[in-house]
Design a protein around this ligand. Structure first.
Ligand code: SAM
Length: 302
């Protein structure tokens, strides 16, 4: 069905074609007028048709803005927070270098949730579990205040195997990784096949102006099962470990330490079956948390 704005456009075109220099020949035109109209009448009709078109264009622009605002607030709990240029540049650079699987709006969302922890004066560390080439962690480090501690956990090597709690989707993905067929985001070498991923990630932090030792960031190498030991408050944790066990161990060890208003952002809930199962199991019947189904799953400690 034709939209009002298309009808308004067609009406303007139809009158214009009937004016001197236009292309109309004879017969009744799309604007409803007949051949008997004088040029002056046609010009009046043209002005009216243009006014209707301008009204429809303004309406359509308003709807577009509302749509963008709704989409942003679904993705982002704090879309109103301005992301500093410095952090925008880091987002652009990690994307350009293929350092993250996350798209720019999702990296921006992470920058905002980090910034909101600072603005609200919420205490606690920022954590990331699942870092690969470092992109999302670098953005979070760039967005946080200099004194807030951050720990970044990853095996910095080959991802561990999934378990029987993961589904067929995960089994297929892991088989491709094991076969050597996996590729990085831009077709470059997959992170798990690199010889010195920890060294590369450390250099990328430095290159983006967030040298770990100067910004209270610790890169912790090893399996989450061995390394994620939390003994202080946590303001925010980005869980991006893909599989069931990798997600479950982080939920068990981190969630009890979230401060009120603290947040988990779970990257893979909609993408990998095992992650979804772990989250559903962990939060089933558990009080004290609010699940927000955004473009990524957010869990807020009440
Ligand atoms: C999808 S990648 C992370 C992507 C990254 N956040 C980004 O910005 O693109 C998942 C990472 O989690 C790591 N990982 C998964 N399970 C793990 C575990 N149990 N222990 C340590 N690292 C794990 C993988 O090796 C991989 O580096």
């Amino acid at each position: 069905m034709a939209q009002p704005i298309d009808r308004a456009r067609r009406a303007v075109g139809a009158v214009r074609r009937r004016l001197p220099g236009g292309t109309a020949t004879s017969g009744r035109s799309a604007d409803g007028s007949t051949d008997g109209a004088t040029e002056a009448e046609l010009r009046t009709r043209l002005r009216a048709a243009r006014r209707r078109l301008a009204k429809q264009q303004a309406r359509s622009e308003r709807l577009r803005e509302e749509l963008v605002a709704t989409r942003d607030s679904l993705r982002d709990p704090f879309p109103e927070l301005e992301v500093p240029d410095r952090v925008e540049q880091v987002i652009a650079s990690v994307r350009a270098q293929g350092l993250s699987y996350l798209k720019a709006p999702d990296l921006r969302m992470l920058a905002r949730v980090v910034a909101e922890s600072d603005l609200s004066g919420r205490e606690g560390a920022v954590l990331e579990c699942g870092t690969a080439r470092g992109g999302s962690a670098i953005v979070m480090a760039a967005a946080k205040g200099p004194t807030r501690p951050m720990r970044v956990y990853d095996v910095f090597g080959m991802i561990p195997p999934p378990s029987e709690r993961d589904g067929e989707d995960v089994a297929r993905r892991y088989a491709a990784i094991q076969s050597g067929a996996a590729r990085g985001t831009g077709g470059e070498t997959y992170y798990g096949y690199r010889d010195d991923l920890l060294g590369e990630v450390t250099r990328s932090f430095v290159e983006h102006g967030v040298a770990p030792e100067e910004h209270r960031v610790e890169l912790v190498q090893g399996l989450f099962e061995d390394t994620v030991q939390v003994d202080g408050p946590v303001a925010l944790a980005h869980l991006d470990g893909d599989w069931y066990e990798s997600t479950m161990v982080c939920l068990e060890r981190i969630s009890p330490h979230l401060v009120p208003g603290g947040r988990l952002v779970i990257d893979d809930y909609y993408f990998w079956s095992g992650c979804r199962t772990a989250v559903d199991e962990y939060f089933a019947g558990r009080e004290g948390y609010r699940l927000e189904r955004r473009a990524r799953l957010h869990v807020v400690r009440l």
